[in-house]
Design a binder for this molecule. Structure first.
Ligand code: NAI
Length: 248
């Protein structure tokens, strides 16, 4: 990825922060986007280590902010070679019959519409360039059902898979690859939030999977890196489970 320009959303924390660091370590110029100021911390860490990055504050569910984010990447670095559409939220857990419309809409806005809006503006740039690689973050909950209150999250993460495959089919002829990762339980701020507020026993759940543990963010970021990079040059429309065997 030496010399490439890579946009990462949700870059302020967890998987996005690890991925932004990894891309920068391997020579990419990174556009670290997040709706919170935490993205500035990611950029500070990258530049302190000698990498190139800048922070864009953007909410992926707001089209104008997404448009500005993509424009800032192109204006600053002159191109957009790869994008990791990773920002996501875990809405309050509730069984379907008690799920509120507000919670459904909030989850949809970030977890599905946010990915669509990012792709919409990234693909326009990449089609003009004649090349590009997009990686979206789905989840194991986008491959199988998510009983116990996570139906809305699961529905939108399945939606990310549909968007990914459709975009791959539409844009292969333009030299653009589109893939997704489907992480299992990963030790991030989101997981801590679910443990503290939704009584998730992450370690207990992970113990029942083949590898028997949760992932570290960098292990998931490595999969995103591979899919974004030319090392996966003949892979498109693929959803890579990075889940310690949870769905095997
Ligand atoms: P995290 O909570 O540590 O980081 C998510 C980042 O996204 C935060 O910095 C947050 O400010 C940002 N963000 C949230 N909403 C945003 C918005 N509307 N616009 C821009 N930025 C926004 O979470 P984590 O775990 O790193 O999650 C990254 C992705 O991985 C998410 O899509 C999540 O659904 C997915 N995932 C996480 C798993 C886990 O166990 N941690 C498992 C499967 C998928």
């Amino acid at each position: 990825m030496e010399g490439s320009v890579v946009l990462v959303t949700g870059a302020g924390s967890g998987i996005g922060r690890a991925a932004a660091g990894l891309f920068a370590e391997r020579g990419a110029a990174v556009v670290a986007a997040d709706r919170s100021e935490s993205g500035a911390g990611t950029v500070a860490a990258i530049t302190a280590a000698g990498g190139r990055a800048f922070f864009v504050q953007a909410d992926v569910s707001v089209e104008k902010e997404v448009e500005n984010m993509v424009a800032a990447a192109v204006d600053t670095y002159g191109a957009l070679d790869a994008a990791f559409n990773n920002a996501g939220i875990a809405p309050p857990v509730a069984p379907i019959e008690r799920l509120s419309s507000e919670s459904w809409e909030l989850s949809e806005a970030v977890n599905l519409r946010g990915v669509w809006l990012c792709m919409k503006h990234e693909l326009a740039v990449m089609a003009r360039q004649g090349h590009g690689s997009i990686v979206n973050t789905s989840s194991v909950a986008g491959l199988v059902g998510n009983p116990g209150g996570g139906a809305a999250y699961s529905a939108f993460k399945h939606g990310v898979v549909g968007l990914t495959r459709s975009a791959a089919a539409e844009h292969g002829r333009h030299g653009i690859r589109v893939n997704a990762i489907a992480p299992g339980l990963t030790r991030t701020g989101m997981l801590r939030h679910l443990e503290q507020h939704e009584h998730l026993d992450a370690e207990g759940a992970a113990a029942a999977t083949p590898l028997g543990r949760v992932a570290q963010p960098r292990e998931v970021a490595e999969a995103a890196y591979w899919l974004a990079s030319p090392r996966s040059s003949f892979v498109t429309g693929h959803v890579l489970a990075v889940d310690g065997g949870e769905t095997c």
